[in-house]
Design a protein around this ligand. Structure first.
Ligand code: DLL
Length: 439
């Protein structure tokens, strides 16, 4: 089901909507938010200089640091009294990023998340269980409002207490699961331990995954667990840009459709800031067209992707973004080789004997970067033969070396040994960073 007519309009129609909204939004930010005004004045720009969409590239970027510098409300365009919701993203260092929504913002956010739910195959007949942590994280309440708006019955079970979650899932006849991909896998494992067969004893047929990436091999793991007819899509967003709702995969699974009447995407070279042509990989920059409480102009997401403008087989004409390669902050440089954890995951999960749980540890020993990876086996009995284990470790190491050019020490561990996550998974420990080393 296609939720909104804007998802199928022609490029010319979309650009007309975008230009009108962009002009309005830039004027709004200039007039109401002092830090936007001063950045534009520094660049000798005024709102009336925006005459076409091509002028967008002249506007200054907004970055995470702007939030920190103007904590908590300095980027708000309205008094906090006019906000109806406040969220914050935790952030590992310093103060959190605080975001606010007016009533109008809530309506737009809900609309875009409803589209995401429809993209992933949800309908008003679904019983949806939201297993994201409710709280300051935008994921849970974002999907909650969108799914309710679609007409689904929403159970806000939140994350944690997995056995109870599964009891609800079984007793309520849940048909749709909202979770991080890692938590969805964990739920499946716990279900089996409880003697439930997710494909026979549960009715879950749709998974709306987000908050972290899902590589293709990870999607295959979802099918193994939840069944071949399971609809596993992922959707993307970030707190600074409302939360979920920016984009989502349709059932063709060929990139995430961006709701372009609310967000203009650009991809830039992260080093130079130069805008790259469609199809080239770089950092995603987003301009929000309808956010009133907290306007966001040219926000640098740090997420790496590319854009495609060809209409999709699903009938939508909106621009699609490729599933993320990762965040530029997550890129590891190991002995000069640049690698994203998602690339390592792709290699690992293509080996059938290996399960979807792994842990990457990077450190510097005697001035040399070294990487070790703990990987869980699918089957405990593999631990019985030293020879077989050794061969498998060699195979994993060889595949990493030939695909990514990286050497790693491989430790194969028993199923169920590594830490499981209820929210976003943390799979990389870079001890070099923790020790303040340059890397
Ligand atoms: O994770 C918003 C969200 C919640 C989106 C639930 C979709 C579903 P933050 O906590 O601010 O917001 O984290 C944003 O998470 O910049 C990405 O690096 C990462 N991320 C979110 N969705 C995906 C995805 C929410 N589908 C940061 N694939 C973003 C890969 C994702 N990474």
């Amino acid at each position: 089901m296609i939720w909104a007519k804007e998802e199928t309009c022609t490029r010319a129609e979309m650009e007309e909507i975008q230009l009108a909204r962009l002009k309005e939004q830039v004027t709004w930010a200039y007039e109401k938010v002092a830090p936007y005004r001063s950045k534009m004045e520094e660049a000798r720009l005024r709102p009336e200089h925006i005459k076409s969409l091509a002028d967008l590239k002249n506007l200054p970027f907004t970055v995470k640091k702007d939030f920190r510098d103007h904590y908590p409300y300095g980027l708000f365009a309205v008094p906090v009294d006019d906000m109806v919701r406040i969220h914050a993203s935790s952030g590992t260092t310093g103060k959190p990023t605080v975001v606010g929504y007016t009533k109008e913002d809530m309506a737009n956010w809900t609309e875009t998340v409803t589209r995401v739910a429809a993209l992933g195959g949800a309908t008003s007949h679904d019983i949806a269980q939201i297993c994201f942590g409710y709280g300051m994280f935008t994921g849970a309440l974002g999907l909650h409002y969108g799914l309710e708006n679609l007409g689904a019955a929403v159970a806000p079970t939140s994350s944690g207490n997995t056995e109870k979650q599964l009891m609800y899932m079984k007793d309520f006849g849940t048909t749709l699961l909202v979770a991080t991909p890692s938590y969805a896998l964990h739920m499946g494992e716990v279900a089996r331990k409880m003697g439930l067969d997710p494909q026979k004893d549960l009715k879950v047929k749709i998974g709306l995954f987000g908050g972290e990436g899902m590589t293709e091999p990870m999607r295959q793991e979802m099918y193994k667990l939840w069944g071949d007819d399971f609809k596993a899509t992922q959707n993307y967003g970030m707190s600074e840009l409302n939360g979920p709702g920016l984009s989502g995969e349709c059932l063709e699974l060929c990139g995430m459709h961006i709701h372009e009447d609310h967000f203009i995407p650009e991809v830039i070279n992260p080093e130079t800031g130069e805008v790259l042509p469609a199809g080239e990989k770089g950092e995603l920059v987003i301009t929000c067209l309808t956010k009133k409480g907290l306007p966001m102009i040219r926000y640098r997401t740090r997420d790496i992707t590319r854009l495609f403008y060809e209409p999709c087989k699903c009938g939508r004409t909106t621009c699609r973004m490729e599933n993320l390669s990762g965040r530029s902050d997550d890129m590891l440089i190991i002995r000069g080789v640049n690698v994203f954890p998602t690339q390592i995951e792709e290699v690992l999960l293509r080996i059938p004997e290996i399960g979807p749980h792994y842990e990457i540890i990077v450190e510097r020993i005697n001035h040399l970067d070294t990487m070790s990876i703990k990987v869980e086996l699918v089957d405990e009995s593999q631990l019985e033969s030293y020879g077989q284990l050794n061969d498998l470790a060699k195979k994993v190491r060889g595949n990493l070396k030939s695909v990514l050019g990286l050497d790693a020490d491989i430790k194969l561990v028993a199923p169920g040994t590594l830490k499981r996550f209820e929210g976003k998974a943390k799979r990389v420990t870079d001890l070099r960073k923790e020790l303040g080393l340059n890397c």
